[in-house]
Design a protein around this ligand. Structure first.
Ligand SMILES: NC(=O)c1ccc[n+]([C@@H]2O[C@H](COP(=O)([O-])OP(=O)(O)OC[C@H]3O[C@@H](n4cnc5c(N)ncnc54)[C@H](O)[C@@H]3O)[C@@H](O)[C@H]2O)c1
Ligand SMILES: [Zn+2]
Ligand SMILES: [Zn+2]
Length: 370
């Protein structure tokens, strides 16, 4: 079928809305009509050239839509079902999948930036027969997309597509980092660097876990009110105050119980380690550029027994966790609509990305059929 899609052909070049050819789904694939899709900093990293992925491609990796067509081997969804999309499909039988870590699936996770679907081939071509690469298996900045069946998580039809579209990246990553990765204990002091789509959802996760103090850090003071809206109890702009002293005063000199870095800045990762108490948990979510190493004070790593962990996709088990998050939303326990700064048609995708890059928006939602 012919579909409209935002095609990026080179880093730092504007995307063009092109009509491309979408092939039929193979046995374990699904065609999804994309109803809403977010813009994430990880898309921007590709557009700016900070991350290298095969191009030309259709970007976009958080989305929700309606199942249009299913491959012969697909039984868990049917045309008409509403789905939220996961960029971490699973094979279901490798060591990670069977031990409850499907987000690290040995088959799928290494291929997430390869530009193909799970069988190493593509379903998109332009009208010169040039192959258009997939991005994170989803390529949601299009009217329709062919995705792995395992990426399709059925959701309740009552849930609007706009908030549902965000569950698949920022929300899962942030809430999951708090609940699944760190397993924050009630009464804790939590510090979070970066009040973007991910950091605000770490706040929501920390709140669900019963944290006492939730300290939001952002170099943009305009994020202060937003952080409070999502449940922060304190806000510090590191350009105006010393984070280390603030956390020390708040914790009688002990340091924070949990520190999250959700910016992707190596120096902040070092600072995050320093402001944690002995035996605290330090969680790295921000992704630094390829080839960048982190500096940690070596003598303290063993002596202070800090637990340093990465968190990928909020250590998600999407089949369970997406609907858990949607239940929290429907019960009024988390905010999703407030994450959306703007809703735009696909034709305005370049302007939307610019706003995200300039930090003028939390999340912008694109509606390809608006
Ligand atoms: N680990 C994962 O699975 C995963 C998933 C999605 C995104 N990410 C990564 O998480 C990071 C955050 O993503 P996002 O979409 O929330 O980004 P975002 O751009 O929406 O938010 C980043 C925030 O950090 C703030 N910031 C920038 N520099 C700062 C500094 N020096 N000190 C304090 N605050 C600063 C900005 O003002 C902004 O509010 C990115 O690196 C992204 O690639 C990781
Ligand atoms: Zn993302
Ligand atoms: Zn697997």
């Amino acid at each position: 079928m012919d579909v409209k899609a935002a095609v990026i052909r080179a880093p730092r070049e504007a995307m063009q809305i092109e009509t491309i050819r979408l092939d039929s789904p193979r046995d374990d694939e699904v065609v999804v009509k994309i109803m809403a899709t977010g813009i994430c900093l990880s898309d921007i990293h590709v557009m700016s050239g900070a991350w290298t992925v095969p191009l030309p491609a259709v970007l976009g990796h958080e989305g929700a839509g309606i199942v249009e067509e299913v491959g012969k081997g697909v039984s868990h969804v049917k045309p008409g079902d509403h789905v939220a999309l996961s960029w971490a499909p699973e094979c279901g039988c490798c060591r990670f999948c069977i031990t409850g870590k499907p987000h690290l699936c040995k088959e799928a996770a290494p291929k997430v930036l390869h530009g193909t679907l799970l069988d190493d081939t593509c379903r998109m071509h332009d009208h010169n027969e040039q192959e258009i690469k997939h991005y994170s298996f989803l390529s949601t900045w299009a009217g329709y997309s062919v995705v792995p069946a395992a990426s399709c998580i059925p959701i309740n039809k009552e849930v609007p597509f706009q908030p549902a579209s965000l569950v698949g990246c920022a929300v899962m990553t942030g809430i999951g980092a708090a609940i699944n990765t760190a397993k924050i204990k009630p009464g804790s002091t939590v510090v979070i660097y970066g009040m973007g789509g991910v950091g605000l959802n770490i706040i929501q996760g920390a709140k669900l876990c019963g944290a006492n103090h939730i300290v939001a850090i952002d170099s943009n003071s305009e994020k202060e009110q937003t952080a409070y809206t999502f449940g922060a109890t304190h806000f510090v702009n590191p350009r105006q105050a010393f984070v280390k002293e603030f956390v020390s005063d708040l914790t009688q000199g002990f340091g924070a119980d949990y520190v999250f870095e959700a910016v992707g800045h190596p120096q902040l990762m070092t600072e995050a380690f320093q402001i944690g108490a002995s035996a605290s948990t330090i969680v790295y979510i921000g992704i630094v550029s390829d080839g960048v190493n982190l500096e940690l004070p070596g003598s303290k790593v063993a002596r202070e027994e800090k637990i340093i962990t990465g968190s990928f996709y909020g250590s998600a088990n999407p089949k369970l966790d997406f609907n858990k998050i949607i239940d929290f939303y429907q019960a009024g326990k988390i905010k999703l609509d407030e994450l959306i700064s703007d809703v735009i048609p696909l034709s305005e995708i370049n302007q939307g990305c610019e706003k995200v890059q300039n930090k003028e928006a939390i999340r912008i939602v694109v509606e390809p059929h608006a």
